[in-house]
Design a protein around this ligand. Structure first.
Ligand SMILES: NC(=O)c1ccc[n+]([C@@H]2O[C@H](COP(=O)([O-])OP(=O)(O)OC[C@H]3O[C@@H](n4cnc5c(N)ncnc54)[C@H](O)[C@@H]3O)[C@@H](O)[C@H]2O)c1
Length: 364
């Protein structure tokens, strides 16, 4: 399929679907502040909320359905952050009509839903990027690059192990919510069952989606850091509590043992770090609290040998925020034609792994 690029001399004309929590905290402020983006239309089911948000961000057109964005030839691309089941269906319609889509994770709640979305993109020619913002965090990029370098040179010996410790806590970094616009309009329904995997018992859907919502990030990050190709991944062991959340999952990612440790805590912050061990060194990345802007990720590099050392290189660009880097990448890639760093085709792998994890967890 030929890649359609946009005119690099004019801003990307962006439509937006769903102006709830993540839209108002993250994506609308980012896109409205980026020079090469023009927010041209908003689709929102709650009319009063839509009107107020459109007015706040000076978005000239408000509609109630994404179908009206499809019919607008002046829209190049659409960002979607509705509920996680509904947004997949919206994305499929947009992609089938040839619009490029920036879509919140998870891409889908089942492989069958993911495949429908990807088939729509294939048919319509729209490009799909999934919002895995951790791939745009300068600390994670530095980590991935160091791991790549050590593997290519062999200077630190064999790659032994990757551990991702992902205990969630307060992810909003104490952000002021007083500027977030809300109304008393009821939330639209959040249907789940029809898109869930066929084999998943109804009583397990909530905990499956809870695990998927968070750990799709951590699994995606481990694959990113290791450059692990989709056909060389295996879920080896799943040991989760009956809450379906707390525990350990062990993978084989292209010959490397990867452990993802999960729990939801009431910590005041965000306890997430990823350590990659070689025989003679390690890289240890501490993820920032998600909403902390700038993120200020920390990376520790230990190098063994005759003169062992620790170093703490400062990831650049300094004062970056993974969510803003992600938005900028979307705009840049649409205009340059370069592949997305988190394309929908790759996100299918996470959906597949998550189904396997839960099948093993439930013994199905
Ligand atoms: N990357 C992250 O770390 C992160 C963090 C939080 C949420 N998210 C993702 O963002 C997505 C949205 O989450 P949220 O917390 O903003 O949800 P939300 O419920 O606060 O907002 C969703 C908005 O979409 C609107 N909406 C629903 N269906 C619609 C439709 N068919 N057409 C138009 N508008 C519609 C709703 O009225 C609501 O305003 C979820 O998929 C979630 O997984 C990602």
């Amino acid at each position: 399929m030929t890649m359609r690029t946009l005119d690099p001399d004019r801003p990307v004309r962006l439509g937006y679907v769903g102006c709830g929590f993540i839209a108002q905290h993250i994506h609308l402020p980012n896109f409205s502040g980026l020079r090469d983006c023009q927010l041209v239309a908003l689709a929102e089911l709650r009319p009063e909320l839509g009107r107020k948000v459109a007015e706040h961000y000076s978005i000239p057109t408000l509609v109630s359905s994404h179908q009206e964005l499809i019919d607008n030839p002046d829209i190049d691309a659409v960002a979607v952050s509705a509920d996680y089941v509904v947004q997949g269906e919206i994305a499929a319609d947009l992609l089938a009509a040839g619009k490029h889509v920036f879509m919140e994770k998870p891409m889908a709640v089942s492989m069958k839903q993911a495949q429908v979305i990807l088939a729509a993109a294939e048919r319509g020619g729209g490009r799909l990027m999934i919002c895995y913002m951790k791939r745009y965090d300068p600390g994670n990029i530095l980590t991935r690059d160091t791991v790549r370098k050590w593997r290519q040179s062999g200077e630190k010996g064999r790659l032994l192990y990757l551990r991702n410790h992902g205990f969630t806590g307060n992810w909003t970094a104490g952000r002021d919510t007083s500027s977030i616009i809300s109304t008393t309009e009821p939330m639209p329904p959040k249907p789940r069952d029809h898109a869930a995997p066929d084999w998943l018992p109804a009583e397990a859907i909530s905990s499956y989606i809870g695990y998927l919502q968070q750990y799709t990030h951590n699994i995606n990050l481990a694959r990113f850091v290791l450059d692990a190709s989709a056909d060389k991944l295996k879920v080896k062991t799943v040991d989760l509590d009956s809450d379906g959340m707390t525990g350990v999952v062990i993978f084989d990612m292209d010959g490397t043992r990867v452990v993802v440790e999960s729990a939801q805590t009431k910590f005041h912050g965000w306890d997430e770090h990823t350590q990659i061990y070689f025989e003679r060194g390690w890289v240890h990345a501490y993820s920032p609290v998600l909403f902390a802007n700038p993120g200020q990720p920390k990376v520790e590099i230990y190098e063994g040998g005759d003169n062992p050392s620790y170093s703490y290189p400062i990831p650049t660009p300094i004062a970056a925020w993974h969510f803003r880097e992600e938005a900028q990448h979307f705009l840049d890639a649409l205009r340059s034609g370069e592949p997305f760093h988190s394309p929908g085709t790759d996100a299918l792998t996470d959906v597949t792994l998550l189904e396997t994890i839960y099948r093993k967890h439930l013994g199905l």
